[in-house]
Design a protein around this ligand. Structure first.
Ligand code: MET
Length: 413
């Protein structure tokens, strides 16, 4: 037996002719399978790796403690590395165009590791632009990891940076308003401070932030990368030097991804471009119909496109949530089925009300993750749900419109 799965996952991508994203989505991290006589990805569930050579194990542990590079040979213990997870990391790095990627048990574990790496270097200050996903906002605002945050807008980033600033963080398109920032302009404002872009809503199908100057790309892999609502995961795509530090933090804090989750993620990646294209087409169509609907005060749909639509209703948003029958009334996103949720009640509940409002997250905002159902079935369910509650009085309608709502005209694509 001369080829083991862990030999087949080098930390740095092997140079080869450039391949299209759709091809990488199917093959990256899996190029060695045919040579192994396999078609499906092997799942390595080992927690420990037997060896009669304790000196070699000590060397592996020392090397990992020094560089954080993937162990050479069996990973000693699965908190250091896992061959199945390494395949997912290789695949995601190729899709994002980075040297490396490091996977975690959730998106929040991934963000935590990034913050801990910078804080451990004495760089405890973070500059961030709202809105971010509610728990990201909370992690920064509450200073749970001993970090301090300055919230600003894009124009204020350069002035907000201090000698102890370790990170600038943006999310684009942002959760839940789908507000977009110009990554290149933000990266320019960051100077030498690393820019982290949470690209969960875009996926590498729609944007590759490192090509625009970002140093770190964060995904809640639970969403589009997994794509089926059955795996909780996070991943950071970055250069190998930073990846080494992330692996050391992951080893120390234990937020590792289970190999079965890594398998499901690889399976999800295979169809990512197809799913994103199909769902985005339906989302753009629904955004157009909502923008023309008199029950809707405002539609948010990003220039970049994608499968997320947010909209503010004149009526009671809770009636819409209670009224859907085909659409799943649930938080999270990126699954094959369409999901709708009320950010002020769920995804951004933990953000203080004033901060929520100033970030543009109205109490009448609903966020919808468009799936792969037929668009006419989705529209029928949505339009029936929009009519489900008691009709708003003319006075209620006027109040909502005066609260900052304006007519949105999403770009059709
Ligand atoms: C626990 S609430 C949020 C889950 C997910 N990040 C979302 O935005 O829907």
């Amino acid at each position: 037996m001369d080829a083991l799965p862990y030999d087949a996952s080098p930390a740095l991508p092997t140079p080869r002719a450039p391949r299209a994203l759709a091809t990488e989505a199917v093959h990256a991290g899996r190029d060695d399978l045919a040579a192994l006589g396999l078609h499906a990805v092997p799942i390595d569930l080992s927690t420990t790796y037997p060896s009669h050579d304790a000196r070699a194990e000590a060397e592996r542990i020392d090397a990992f403690a020094t560089t954080g590079a993937r162990p050479d040979g069996p990973p000693v213990y699965s908190r250091l590395d896992n061959p199945t997870t390494a395949r997912f990391e290789d695949a995601l790095a190729r899709l994002e165009g980075t040297q490396s990627a490091v996977a975690f048990a959730s998106g929040m574990a991934a963000l935590t590791a990034v913050l801990l790496v910078r804080a451990s270097m004495g760089l405890r200050h973070v500059v961030a632009v709202r809105p971010l996903y509610g728990c990201s906002d909370h992690l920064l605002t509450a200073g749970l990891l001993g970090t301090e945050v300055t919230w600003t807008d894009v124009a204020g980033i350069a002035d907000a940076i201090r000698p102890d600033t370790g990170l600038v963080m943006v999310e684009t398109p942002a959760n839940p308003t789908l507000a977009e920032v110009d990554i290149r302009a933000v990266a320019h404002a960051c100077g030498s401070v690393p820019l982290l872009v949470d690209s969960t809503f875009a996926t590498p199908v729609l944007q590759r932030p490192v090509e625009h100057g970002a140093r770190i790309v964060l995904h809640s892999a639970t969403k589009y990368l997994g794509g089926h609502g059955d795996v909780l995961a996070g991943v950071v795509a970055c250069d190998e030097e930073f990846a080494g530090k992330l692996r050391q933090v992951r080893f120390a804090t234990g937020g590792v991804l289970h190999p079965l989750a890594s398998y499901l993620l690889l399976r999800g990646l295979s169809t990512l471009p197809v799913r994103m294209r199909a769902a985005s087409t339906s989302a753009a169509e629904l955004a157009c119909r909502l923008a023309a609907d008199p029950r809707i005060a405002r539609v948010h749909y990003p220039e970049i496109g994608g499968a997320m639509v947010a909209f503010e209703v004149f009526g009671n948003p809770h009636d819409v949530i209670a009224g859907v029958r085909l659409i799943t009334p649930a938080v999270s996103l990126g699954s094959v089925d369409t999901l709708i949720q009320h950010p002020a009640s769920i995804s951004h509940r933990i953000v203080e009300e004033g901060d929520r409002r100033s970030a543009g997250i109205s109490d009448r905002l609903l966020r919808m993750s468009v799936g792969l159902e037929d668009v006419e079935d989705l529209w029928r369910d949505l339009t029936e749900a929009l009519s489900a509650g008691p009709a708003p009085t003319a006075r209620e309608g006027r109040t909502a419109a005066a609260g900052g709502a304006r007519e949105g005209r999403p770009a059709a694509r």
